[in-house]
Design a protein around this ligand. Structure first.
Ligand code: M1P
Length: 251
């Protein structure tokens, strides 16, 4: 399908994933799928998530690259247009191994010194456009995730580590974003979700809508939601996303 086949090829609608298209870390519903199929006939659609592509495939389905016009993983550091991969920068290329090693050593030392009730595997996940740091570890089960999230609300494990990183690596030019339940993302300042907008610049869209559930200050949708190039829609759940889409685009 080319953009020209759509009713309004000059409108782009972008979505955050967790909490906007799907419940956090869970799969998209049939109702949302049907809504997106209808929407895609009218306008250009895409998603922009902090997670890497493999997790978005788990949540949005194996055919995700065919189901969206634009797929932006890791805030757009991994990017596809109509199923074809677009060129992007990398976190390690930007930071360099020497600085990266110092950062990793600090994080692992810090994590080994704190007291938390449960530890599983993969405390640092290395991605193309960022690293993801998790005190409990990315191998935590759903139950362990939920328990860590509650524990973290009481003990501020993640925000204290973020503060320590800001203090010790002030000259690194990094941004720390707590977007999910058990971890936070670390990426070069400016490589937030607005990064993906450079991939759509050449299309000269008349309107770019963005839907996200974490549009408040400190949330990982904040920058793109407030960007002057987008029309931001703050949502509370996937059901809320569908309600607003039906209102605006008369699906
Ligand atoms: O999409 C929001 C976040 O989802 C995951 O967070 P967590 O595992 O902590 O729930 C991660 O993939 C994270 O990178 C992402 O920002």
């Amino acid at each position: 399908m080319s953009f020209q086949d759509k009713e309004d090829p000059k409108t782009l609608v972008l979505f955050d994933v967790d909490g906007t298209l799907t419940p956090a870390r869970l799969e998209v519903s049939d109702e949302m799928r049907e809504t997106l199929v209808k929407l895609r006939k009218k306008v250009v659609i895409g998603f922009v998530g902090g997670s890497d592509l493999s997790k978005q495939v788990e949540q949005l389905g194996a055919t995700v690259l065919d189901d969206f016009d634009y797929c932006f993983s890791e805030n757009g550091l991994t990017a596809y247009r109509l199923g074809k991969e677009l060129a992007s920068a990398s976190f390690i290329g930007w930071l360099g191994d020497e600085k990266y090693n110092k950062l990793v050593k600090f994080i692992l030392r810090y994590l080994s010194d704190i007291d938390i009730p449960v530890r599983r595997g993969t405390f640092i996940e290395f991605r193309n456009g960022m690293i993801n740091v998790s005190p409990v570890g990315r191998n935590a089960s759903t139950k362990e995730r939920n328990e860590f999230e509650i524990y973290d609300k009481q003990h501020n494990i993640r925000s204290k580590l973020v503060d320590a990183l800001k203090e010790n690596f002030a000259d690194y030019g990094l941004t720390y974003s707590i977007g999910g339940q058990i971890s936070f993302d670390v990426f070069p300042t400016g490589w937030d979700k607005t990064y993906c907008l450079q991939h759509v610049e050449a299309e000269n869209f008349k309107e770019i809508h963005f839907f996200g559930d974490k549009s408040y200050k400190g949330g990982n949708d904040y920058e793109i939601y407030n960007d002057e190039r987008t029309i931001g829609h703050a949502v509370e759940s996937p059901a809320d996303t569908m309600r607003i889409l039906n209102e605006i685009f008369k699906l």
